[in-house]
Design a protein around this ligand. Structure first.
Ligand SMILES: [Mg+2]
Length: 207
C-alpha cells in the first residue's frame, strides 16, 4: 500500500493559506540583491499571526528566478527567506509553516544559468508547488486559498482548485487596471493581506 494513503486515511486533510512573497508579504522591490532591502508590508505580520493563532497552515509559494537569470546564487534566496521569517517573528510572533519557491526559468523566458534554466512544473501559474505542499503536508487544495498580487497567482490557484485572492499591494493595482499581465477573475479582491485574511476567516467560519 502506498504509505501516503495510510497517512491520509488516518488524518483528515486541512485547508491551507498559500502566500505569494513579493508584493504580498514584503514590499515589491524587483530582484532584491541586499537582504536588508527586504521589508514587510505594514500589517502583514499581524495577519499571518492571526492565521497562526487559528491553526491554519500558512505556506509561502514564490517564483524566484534570480538564480536562473544569474543574478545571485540560490543561497541568497534562502537568506532572503530567513530575513522574511525573522521579520515576521520579530514584529508579531508570526511564522510560516512551510516555504516553497521555484528557482527555475526556461531559456526562452530568460534563464541563463544552466543549473536552473529549465521549464518547471513548479513555476507559476503551474501548480507544482501547491501539489508538492499538499502531498507533503496533507492539505486539501479544494478548501485552500492562494493570496497573490499577480494574475499568475490567481491562475495558479484556479489551476489547482484553490480560491484565488488578488491583493492590491505590489502589482495588484496594475493587474486590475489592465496595465500589467492579463485579465484574471479572482474570487476576492482585497486591499492587502490583512483584508484577505479577514475574508478567508469569514469563508472558514472563523470570524
Ligand atoms: Mg508577487
Amino acid at each position: 500500500m502506498n504509505p501516503k494513503s495510510e497517512i491520509q486515511n488516518s488524518y483528515p486533510s486541512q485547508a491551507a493559506v498559500f502566500l505569494d512573497r513579493d508584493g504580498v508579504l514584503n514590499v515589491e522591490a524587483g530582484y532584491i540583491h541586499n537582504v536588508t532591502d527586504l521589508h514587510l508590508i505594514p500589517g502583514v505580520a499581524s495577519a499571518v499571526r492571526r492565521l497562526n493563532d487559528l491553526g491554519i497552515f500558512c505556506c509561502l509559494v514564490s517564483n524566484q528566478s534570480g538564480p536562473a537569470r544569474g543574478y545571485y546564487p540560490i543561497d541568497h534566496v534562502e537568506a532572503l527567506h530567513q530575513r522574511l521569517c525573522q521579520l515576521l517573528q520579530a514584529e508579531a510572533g508570526a511564522y510560516l509553516n512551510s516555504l516553497y519557491y521555484c528557482p527555475y526559468l526556461s531559456p526562452p523566458e530568460g534563464g541563463t544559468n544552466p543549473e536552473f534554466s529549465l521549464w518547471s512544473t513548479w513555476r507559476k501559474p503551474n501548480t507544482g508547488m501547491l501539489v508538492a505542499a499538499a502531498w507533503e503536508h496533507n492539505l486539501d487544495l479544494g478548501q485552500s486559498f492562494m493570496v497573490g498580487d499577480k494574475a499568475t497567482d490567481v491562475d495558479m490557484a484556479h489551476n489547482a482548485g484553490c480560491r484565488g485572492i488578488l491583493v492590491q499591494t505590489g502589482f495588484g493595482r496594475s493587474v486590475l487596471s489592465g496595465a500589467y499581465q492579463h485579465h484574471t477573475q479572482p474570487d476576492y479582491i482585497a486591499t492587502d493581506l490583512a483584508a484577505a485574511v479577514v475574508w478567508i476567516c469569514e469563508q472558514l467560519g472563523n470570524l
